[in-house]
Design a binder for this molecule. Structure first.
Ligand code: HEC
Length: 193
């Protein structure tokens, strides 16, 4: 009888330990999707306005200076880290970490099997060295407008500026419909989350 009670108590403890969620909650996922939408929307607006008013070279400045700033603002507002990454990054600081690289490779494989790049996403709770982190990624497809700066026929004066700003640039040679990269969100979770 005694053993029975102990095992129930022990069972309860084990259960508590194991109950730290390994799946992202629907609320968190919805929040991450919203942050990405805000980030993507703001970028698109800035880019379109800049191209219209000052052409591709002015827009390059926007991507260079404003994209990281917008990411920072949205990250602070949402209390999570929001960024972009790519297997062929322009900004070396946007190179993927090991987890992101694997997800990007999976996105390429899923795309090759016929999945729509517009809806590709992946999320997980990742545990590293006792730290739990929620991670979310959403694919970024290449549209026509992107080819001005990420395509195969970039104007020489524009390319010169790109190379001056990003000597390690890899983000060229893309075609419409290609996976350009992904939005990436991360949040450190507390034990109760
Ligand atoms: C006017 C030039 C220009 C256009 C047009 C443009 N980009 Fe970029 N893109 C850049 C620059 C510059 C960066 C580097 C920004 C930075 O320093 O973080 C960049 C970075 C990125 C990144 C972050 C990863 C990396 O490579 O550093 C992604 C993803 C991206 N662009 C996707 C797109 C998509 C999708 C479109 C079309 C909707 C697009 N870009 C249109 C210039 C451009």
């Amino acid at each position: 009888m005694k053993i029975g009670i102990y095992s129930i108590v022990l069972g309860g403890l084990l259960c508590n330990v194991a109950s730290a969620e390994t799946e992202l909650s629907a609320d968190k996922l919805a929040g991450y999707r919203q942050s990405i939408q805000a980030y993507g929307g703001a970028l698109k607006q800035e880019l379109t306005t800049a191209i219209k008013s000052g052409g591709a070279i002015a827009a390059l400045e926007v991507c260079h200076l404003k994209a990281p700033k917008i990411a920072q603002q949205i990250s602070e507002k949402a209390g999570v880290s929001v960024a972009r990454t790519s297997l062929k990054p322009r900004n070396a600081a946007s190179a993927p970490d090991a987890w992101e690289e694997e997800v990007l490779n999976t996105f390429e494989a899923r795309k090759a099997k016929g999945e729509d790049v517009n809806t590709l996403e992946f999320h997980a709770v990742v545990e590293t060295e006792g730290k739990r982190e929620a991670r979310y990624m959403k694919a970024i497809p290449t549209a026509e407008v992107c080819l001005t700066c990420h395509g195969s026929k970039i104007k020489p004066d524009l390319m010169e500026k790109i190379t001056a700003l990003y000597p390690q640039d890899k983000a060229v040679g893309f075609n419409v419909g290609d996976l350009r990269g992904a939005f990436t969100v991360r949040e450190t979770l507390t034990a109760a989350q």
